[in-house]
Design a protein around this ligand. Structure first.
Ligand SMILES: Cc1ncc(COP(=O)(O)O)c(C=O)c1O
Length: 488
């Protein structure tokens, strides 16, 4: 069965009974300012033109609720403060976030961690300089290099061959790259990996200090770590100079909202970072997104949020424990070589590709997983998951493992996590701005890519501008008919 169209989901979720609890133990100035804005409506002769939802498409308004549209405003109005420069409740909310995460300065991002990465690239990496970067970095870091003109120096993390996943970054490989290269603007690592593999950031930070090179950690998937000691230590406290967090991924804020932290004693100048952010961010930042960052931080600091997080950790342990006991189910676990964020559970079921497992969970069990690869699926145990959902998940995987689902349509159909070392034959920025042509994929071997190709998730590149296209890329490009290459 090929998953072409999923059945419409009209069912309401079965298990959601969330008790109402208040947050009297924490402050959220931006949420409070937005509440005041709601309670004191003004006659509106300003943007957004839907005018508090009066001019919205009615089915849309009905769907999302009229209050959401009444609250949809941007900075500048009604004592809400401004984002650039940070003033009023927005400034206060950013300061509270800096305090909660233990940074020197924290900036709200309304274009995801992508904007944080682009900002850091613009601040530090310059044309002709080198950036030491792990092979499995997110595509936004490559975009940062296209913007800045820096040259990537690849560091290959360890390979978890049987899972077809990238593992931890060895500190020794960072040191080797630093020894072998002059003109290094910075070291830029991703920690944890999308699947929760954690590297020894402290050792890497010590090496960077020895070579007097700044360290950026893309900790997009680790924003909860600061709030529970059973999770890995955040790079904010391990010697990184700047850290990016996608609060919207696991921290509880709304999609697209993230934070950029400049650590205490950082080599980055926070004022320069702010000026660069001003170049890249929208001039109409959504108050809903920014208030959701304030709310997520407040929730994680509150007693209730702390309970939610420790419950999620217990649930993750429970799921791991149960899944280990099911015959035919395999769970990625930490080894003596690497640590792990246990809330990210990568599993496989014997006889099924990850894509097939994903589709069975979705179609037969109404369970949507975070992602699927050829091998397995990634389950995120979130702060909002309930005990019943956790039990239902375990039961579903057990039923699948004990059934006779076949996998004939999925095997080898699509690969999306290449574990190749890119052969960069041209500077990525130069390649991106060169004269290009679009050719059939089959004719592209031996040519130089002019585009970034990266399946999201996990957003790890299959090709980037300046990379030589080889036969080895082909299994990862099944979905592509045409490629953009440098004109001969
Ligand atoms: C490691 C990593 N860094 C950065 C990003 C970009 O984050 P955002 O989607 O918040 O822009 C992602 C997104 O998946 C990611 O996986």
């Amino acid at each position: 069965m090929i998953k072409t169209k999923l059945k419409a989901k009209t069912k309401t979720r079965k298990f959601r009974k969330i008790a109402h609890e208040t947050h009297s133990d924490v402050k959220a100035p931006l949420v409070e300012a937005l509440e005041q804005f709601y309670k004191n409506p003004m006659m509106q002769f300003h943007i957004p033109g839907h005018t508090g939802g009066h001019a919205s498409y009615q089915p849309f308004k009905k769907l999302i609720g009229s209050r959401a549209l009444l609250l949809d405003t941007t900075d500048e109005f009604d004592n809400l403060g401004t984002l650039h420069p940070a003033t009023g409740p927005i400034k206060e909310a950013q300061e509270l976030a800096a305090h909660a995460f233990g940074s020197q300065r924290t900036f709200f991002l309304v274009g995801g961690s992508t904007i944080g990465n682009l900002t850091l690239a613009m601040c530090m990496s310059k044309k002709g300089k080198k950036v030491i970067v792990n092979r499995n970095c997110h595509r936004s870091i490559l975009t940062g290099m296209i913007i800045s003109g820096a040259e990537p120096v690849w560091v290959l993390p360890e390979k978890l061959e049987e899972w077809e996943l990238w593992g931890e970054i060895e500190p020794a490989s960072i040191e080797k790259a630093l020894k072998e290269n002059d003109d290094v603007a910075m070291v830029w690592i991703t920690n944890p990996t999308y699947e929760g593999v954690v590297s020894n950031v402290k050792a890497i930070a010590d090496i960077c200090k020895k070579y007097d090179v700044p360290l950026i950690v893309d900790e997009a998937h680790g924003c909860l770590w600061n709030f529970n000691k059973n999770l890995p230590e955040s790079s904010l406290h391990l010697g990184a100079d700047a850290v990016v967090h996608s609060l919207h991924k696991t921290g509880g804020s709304m999609s697209q909202s993230s934070m950029l932290h400049i650590t205490k004693g950082s080599k980055f100048d926070p004022d320069e970072v702010e000026r660069t952010l001003q170049l890249l961010q929208t001039t109409s930042p959504s108050m809903l997104l920014m208030a959701s960052l304030d709310a997520a931080r407040a929730n994680l600091e509150s007693k209730r949020g702390k309970r939610q997080l420790s419950r999620a950790i217990q649930y993750a342990k429970f799921v791991r424990n149960k899944l280990h006991k099911i015959e035919g189910v395999n769970v990625l676990e930490a080894t003596e070589n690497f640590n792990q964020d246990i809330t990210k559970i990568f599993i496989s079921v014997d006889g099924l590709s990850g894509k097939r497992l994903e589709s069975i969970l979705e179609i037969d069990f109404d369970i949507e997983v975070e992602s699927a690869s050829d091998i397995g699926v990634l389950l995120l145990i979130n702060i909002g998951n309930t005990k019943e959902e956790i039990q239902y998940l375990v039961n579903a995987v057990e039923k699948i493992a004990h059934s006779n689902y076949s996998d004939i349509y999925y095997i080898e159909k699509r690969k999306h996590m290449p574990m190749l070392t890119p052969q960069i034959v041209m500077n990525p920025r130069e390649a991106y701005y060169s004269e290009k042509e679009t050719i059939e994929k089959e004719k592209a071997v031996g040519r130089i890519s002019a585009e970034v190709i990266a399946e999201c998730p996990p957003g790890i590149s299959i090709l980037l501008p300046g990379e030589l296209i080889t036969e080895a890329h082909m299994p990862y490009l099944n979905e592509y008919k045409w490629l953009e290459v440098i004109k001969k």
